[in-house]
Design a protein around this ligand. Structure first.
Ligand code: FSX
Ligand code: F3S
Length: 363
């Protein structure tokens, strides 16, 4: 371990996290340590196509261990277009040389979708199309991991009207891929996938959509920790989203539901189009469900009403109630959470689930 930047304590802790992600006993940690420190780990060549680079950013924001430790020490990344020092022709040469040196041995990690329209002309790197680079490099890999929803299924670059003809790697060039999805995916899911490969000499079991079961086998909903009750009625995609965000925070800090934002299903095939718009429908059901039976505000306005409706918001609501778009602008998420959770809201809004949930805001 001496030559590694990570100290022994944090490396063991990280290996414990890998075991937990893979659903393995902590007794497997010594084997994981051996797998990740053996000299004959396959090299990883990491390519970038049409994307926002958020997938790499997710790695760059990891703090313990840091990006250099993960990419260089744990994953044996030999080529990475975002963080490499070389640029221009030197970078192109490095890529081609690395592929030639490790043909048939390397694991190719691909970020981003591949523009295919007009022979790939809408995505160029160093004078070559991304499509050409993908067709040249990826078939020489032992395994290809599509990292992120863009590389797996097209993602944001493939959103309608998709003038570039962006596609996921499998659809673009016809190779099988292991898909680790999310926009961005959690870095640990990539590390755990490669660790699983090192441990078993084969990739982890995959669903029919190419995603490993260990990280994409259960829905967000199955482990949702929200105390506010299910937000599916407010357009949360958690019940239809197969990801393990609830088991590991991003940046060791937080994730969508923890910050009280609904899941937008960023890891699913069809994201972005199939899940958009993300917000408007969330407000319309609340508006139409609660409003018709609400007791007229002027009859019931109390001090506790002003917690949500003070400062003129109340009047503005009345003025815009026939226009859900303006209503959405006038309100904010905190109001929705209060309506869902504050028992006193049920005085005016009998259907509001707040009438049945624990009161979390003091009256
Ligand atoms: Fe896509 Fe990744 Fe979203 Fe961004 O590389 S999965 S747009 S976080 O960067 O590809
Ligand atoms: Fe994406 Fe939903 Fe997780 S939006 S990051 S799959 S909580």
């Amino acid at each position: 371990m001496e030559q590694h930047r990570m100290n022994r304590r944090s490396f063991l802790k990280y290996c414990g996290g890998i075991a937990a992600t893979l659903g393995l006993s902590q007794a497997m940690v010594p084997q994981i340590v051996r797998a990740l420190t053996t000299d004959n780990r396959p090299p990883v060549i990491w390519l970038h196509f049409a994307e926002c680079t958020g997938c790499s950013e997710a790695f760059l924001r990891a703090t313990d261990p840091g990006v250099a430790d993960i990419l260089l020490d744990v994953l044996n990344v030999t080529y990475h277009e975002t963080i490499q020092v070389a640029c221009g022709e030197k970078a192109e040469h490095n890529r081609d040389q690395t592929v030639a040196d490790y043909a048939g041995e390397f694991i190719c990690v691909v970020e981003g979708a591949i523009p295919t329209a007009n022979n790939g002309a809408y995505g160029m790197i160093g004078g070559r199309t991304m499509l050409d680079i993908a067709q040249t490099v990826i078939p020489q890999a032992k395994h290809t991991i599509a990292l992120g929803t863009c590389a797996a299924y097209g993602g944001l670059p493939a959103a309608a009207p998709n003038p570039t003809g962006a596609k996921g790697v499998k659809d673009a060039i016809g190779v099988s891929t292991i898909n680790i999805t999310g926009c961005p995916p959690h870095p640990m899911n990539l590390v755990a996938t490669i660790t699983s490969y090192l441990l078993n000499n084969q990739m982890p079991a995959l669903r029919s959509d190419g995603r490993p079961y260990f990280c994409h086998g259960d829905t967000i909903h199955s482990g949702c920790p929200t105390p506010h009750g299910c937000m599916e009625g407010y357009n949360c995609k958690g019940p239809r989203t197969y990801n393990n965000c609830h088991q590991q925070a991003y940046n060791e800090e937080s994730w969508c539901i923890q910050v009280e934002h609904q899941c937008i299903g960023c890891s699913e095939p069809g994201f972005w189009d199939a899940h958009a718009p993300f917000y408007n429908p969330m407000w319309v059901p609340m508006f139409s469900t609660y409003r018709p039976t609400a007791i007229p505000h002027e009859d019931q306005k109390t001090a506790s009403c002003n917690r949500c409706h003070g400062g003129g918001i109340f009047e503005e609501e009345e003025a815009v109630q026939s226009d859900p778009r303006r209503f959405q602008q006038a309100m904010h998420r905190e109001h929705e959470i209060r309506l869902m959770t504050n028992r006193s809201c049920a005085n005016c809004h009998p259907e509001a689930p707040g009438g049945t949930y624990e009161q979390i805001i003091d009256d």
